[in-house]
Design a protein around this ligand. Sequence first.
Ligand code: PLP
Length: 469
Amino acid sequence: MNNRLYGNLIFELSQPGRRGYSLPKNRFGEQYEVPSGLCREQEPELPECDEMTVVRHYTNLSANNFGVDNGFYPLGSCTMKYNPKINEEVAALPQFAGLHPLQPAETTRGAEAVCTLLCRSLCQLTGLHAFTLKPFAGAHGELTGLMVIKKYHESRNDQQRRLVIVPDSAHGTNPASAAVCGMDIIEVKSLADGTVDVDALKELLAAHGPQIAAMMMTNPNTLGLFERQIPVIEKLVHGVGGLMYYDGANLNPMLGACRPGDMGFDVMHINLHKTFSTPHGGGGPGAGPVGVRKGLEEFFPTVSPFHGNFAVVMRAYAYILSLGREHIKEVGPLATLNANYIKESLKDVYELPIDGLCKHEFVFDGLKDKSTGVTTMDVAKRLLDYGYHAPTIYFPLLFHESLMIEPTENESKETIDGFIAVMRQIAEEARTTPDEVKSAPHTTPIGRVDDVLAAKHPVVTYRQLRTDD
Ligand SMILES: *Cc1c(COP(=O)(O)O)cnc(C)c1O
């Protein structure tokens, strides 16, 4: 890392008059000139740098990024899962990447075939009847699916069904999507074992039956647990006339093992960017296809123009094809094996609030030894010093010190053993040198930031940075 350059903004490297380009002359042998009527009144404030300064500046910045290509990334729930390089190449093929959505339909048959074939694969993997690829994200898929449910009830003249049941362990997007869809949310509690409390659900259904539009479930839920009572829950909810919604954002532990359609779900979404590759840091890009059982496809709303996020669709289809019908069945068991291996190897030093078999992810409630004062935040920051991305922390909200770990299906035993060793090392440090952990990270370009200050007084512009010093 070039420390002289690191930390500078490109504007700070600027030298008045320095150029990194030269424009050719036009065909009359003159310099190109922008007609004066089209020019700004004032020169834009642009950095003036030579070529190598620009190249080094951005190359050094990119080296500060942490991604799945740098190291292990055990972020639970919203995981950056497996992103094979071949999928990037397929998505970038100019014959697909260069398509314009408005070009004549007879010239886009190949792209349409990819969409149709992906939908067919998703139907086979989920046991549902039809999919739309239009939603741009998981949350967008939830909204789309709830709009289907709303229209379905309206089509039967059942206008009073405006309540959506959401378990307290659900991802925050579930209640948010229901609210955006104009529905009201009622929460159903979890049992001490982390799964839905069926008795509490029965009470809700008894009290609100004719108003229930749907119940949303995540399975495995956000604690990484398989909801074993689904057959009972499905009958209860259908019994009062509600529909069952499946949040399939993280479908990888289910692939080849079981299908939401067979469990009685009516509507679901899948996050292609989590389950079927596509790097999605910083909030995009994504795709949240929605699947429905037979008879509901006529209620698909128009939620985006054209075919949604087509490059994500390309990656997902390439991923499914490269695994094939046989190997896709290994995804779920391997994701589950890896998660359980880490859980069992660490549960003597980290607090495991819900014991037993997990699926693709699980949650610790901080360190087992609470006397050290070392928090989940400290552990997460210390992991950065050892070259690991932090797990998801302080989510789900069911525990105070949640540390949610998801290794994914594609990591080697050596990688996972390395992570386990470092987690044990940090637990040991918490006992012997706790201040070292509490003040971490020590080796990253930026140390511990003040979260509260950053949230309350964010300094997000260059100009402000300058006036502050
Ligand atoms: C990530 C996630 C979502 C939301 O997906 P986005 O693409 O981020 O909108 C919904 N539910 C669960 C369980 C998730 O993990």
